[in-house]
Design a protein around this ligand. Structure first.
Ligand code: PRX
Length: 576
């Protein structure tokens, strides 16, 4: 085991004593702290925005927005209330009712955040989509969810046009930032013009804690991405995990580098910090070491939530860019999405003078469940300990809890507030998470040491985590075989020092096509545009066949073992 690291925070942490808090903890108390009087109904947008706008925080900045170019904007809690009210009214005028799905396909611009809050205010269900998605990814999500309205912008709408014919339930597409020279198409309307007409006053829909709030599609080993449904009740977890795991205080300026198209960006780049009344920074642009540090310097970021791949890239960029910026305000760093290497933690200590705190969770869990705390020494390489009120264990296939040191399935006792409530129109797949009686199984393997720290081992299935993004091999394989040259495809995650894993595809070509570097590039471009820029295979290998079981399932396990030079294991089901 690595040496423990304990770096004092600059201010007293919100969670002062982990063991003591665990003993006394009750979710009911958090509910009370949030003032959730359920008799009259609730709405997360009231707690995250409007309630602050009714206090001195009305003039406190909620959102500092930095565009990818020169543009900058800021919004106070008062302004966020007004702008989101207008979105709510616009959607109502389009016939959106409680429970309807409204999807959002936007870059990280203020309208993205304001729209999601406006959607919540009228009790509709928000579906954020990552702006790198191609037409196929968009089509699958809009079709499955039966979204009624989509909010997008001029730069992305063309991808929607390509698939609109296949989406009978999509009634209206609201387009922001459309230049005067461009015309509306089909049932599109102008965001700005409609908003102009909408009132600043809105009666926020008072709904039940079990009413749906948002849905995000995520990948498993098989089938298309599944729509994970989260409810209003999640706010209990959002609030308290942000307060204790991310340690947000009133005076903090917080930056989460994730996009709301992924769960981290929705929960900790929107709801969690605003439920805590914190000011947050949104940077529209992509990763760039120099620009990231300048954003942190300019806004005086104090708490930063990011991902191991980004940290590894910053490590590669070295110490020089750090020295060029004043990062003295920075006091707390957290990371999520993939294993955080001890090497990165040590580098962070040297260069930022701060310890990076790993946090573990999933789209399905809706909030951080295992994490490191400012008041607890970290063990580099460990994900930390379960959040107060959360029971985590390492179990075997029969549900028996295993002793410290044994590896097994990472499982959680159901019942924490932000647990997903269903998979959209797929109760059968939802139930698969609960097959072992008394447990929610995560799909991860891990072990726990004798002091209760959890250590990640890997995925128990074929799901690929690349640069912190979750990708299902099946989605990529299905998109690959749509390329005219590809007859069969097998896709695996291959270890990569920077991105954790990269996507590698093994391809059998159709008659009449021969292997070449040009063909590889063409296939990569095809996937980037059709599926998503984050889900293309960085490596392609042409082969005569891909190993399959007798029932025709691709044996990715075998592809992986061969790629990594590991034992091939049981081959009894391999097709001859
Ligand atoms: O395998 C685990 C990995 O990410 C998976 C969840 O992916 P997703 O639903 O996209 O959510 C990612 C961000 C919340 C997990 O099953 N994962 C997440 N956090 C960690 C991690 N792997 C190792 N260490 C972590 N801290």
């Amino acid at each position: 085991m690595e040496k423990e690291i304990h770096k004092n925070n600059k201010i007293p942490p919100n969670l002062k004593d982990y063991a003591e808090t665990c003993k006394k903890f009750r979710w009911e108390d958090v509910k009370k702290e949030l003032g959730l009087d359920t008799k009259g109904g609730v709405n997360i947008a009231t707690n995250a925005i409007d309630a602050h706008a009714d206090t001195w925080r009305r003039n406190k900045v909620a959102l500092y927005w930095e565009g990818s170019g020169e543009e900058r904007k800021k919004y106070t809690f008062g302004e966020m209330r007004q702008e989101s009210n207008r979105v709510g009214n616009m959607l109502k005028s389009l016939g959106v009712n409680k429970g309807d799905r409204v999807f959002v396909f936007l870059p990280r611009i203020p309208e993205l955040y304001i729209s999601i809050i406006g959607i919540a205010k009228i009790g509709a269900v928000a579906g954020p989509m990552f702006s790198a998605f191609g037409p196929e990814a968009i089509r699958d999500r809009l079709k499955d969810s039966g979204a009624k309205v989509l909010i997008t912008d001029a730069s992305l709408r063309e991808r929607v046009h390509q698939v609109w014919d296949e989406l009978p339930e999509l009634k209206t597409v609201v387009v922001t930032r459309l230049p005067e020279t461009e015309r509306l198409w089909k049932a599109e309307i102008h965001y700005e013009r409609e908003i102009e007409k909408a009132s600043y006053d809105l009666g926020v829909e008072q709904i039940s804690l079990e009413d749906p709030l948002y849905m995000l599609y995520t990948s498993g080993t098989t089938g298309k991405p599944k729509g994970v449904v989260h409810v209003q009740n999640d706010m209990i977890s959002h609030y308290i995990t942000t307060k204790w795991a991310l340690d947000l205080h009133e005076e903090d300026v917080y930056w989460c580098s994730a996009d709301p198209g992924w769960v981290t960006g929705t929960v900790y780049g929107l709801w969690g910090p605003w439920l805590n009344g914190a000011s947050q920074v949104v940077f529209e642009g992509r990763y760039d070491a120099e620009r990231w540090y300048s954003v942190m310097e300019q806004y005086g970021v104090t708490v930063w939530y990011t991902a191991p791949t980004a940290l590894r890239m910053l490590m590669k960029a070295g110490e020089e860019p750090v020295k060029r910026h004043d990062l003295s305000a920075l006091r707390y760093i957290c990371s999520v999405g993939e294993p955080l290497n001890p090497e990165v933690i040590r580098w962070g200590m040297d260069v930022y003078g701060l310890c990076i705190h790993d946090t573990w969770w999933q789209t399905e869990t809706g909030s951080i469940l295992i994490t490191n705390y400012p008041s607890m020494p970290i063990r580099p390489g460990s994900m930390g300990k379960p959040f107060p009120g959360v029971e985590a264990a390492i179990i075997d296939a029969q549900g028996k809890e295993l002793p410290p040191g044994s590896s097994g399935i990472l499982a959680i006792r159901p019942g924490w507030p932000s647990m997903m409530r269903t998979l959209w129109k797929d109760e059968k797949r939802y139930k698969e998470y609960f097959q072992i009686p008394g447990w929610y199984t995560t799909g991860d393997t891990a072990h726990m040491d004798k002091d209760g720290y959890f250590w990640f081992i890997g995925r128990a299935d074929d799901v690929i985590m690349t640069a912190g993004h979750r990708v299902g091999p099946f989605e990529v394989e299905s998109a690959l075989v749509e390329h005219k040259a590809v007859a069969e495809a097998g896709v695996i995650g291959k270890p990569d020092p920077e991105r954790g894993q990269i996507i590698k595809a093994f391809l059998v070509l159709r008659e009449g096509f021969s292997p070449s570097d040009e063909l590889k590039d063409d296939i990569k471009e095809f996937i980037k545009h059709r599926l998503s820029a984050h889900a293309y295979p960085r490596e392609i290998q042409f082969c005569e066949s891909v190993p399959k079981t007798r029932s025709g399932k691709i044996m990715r396990r075998l592809l992986k073992a061969r790629e990594l030079g590991l034992p091939e294991g049981d081959l009894s089901t391999l097709e001859e």
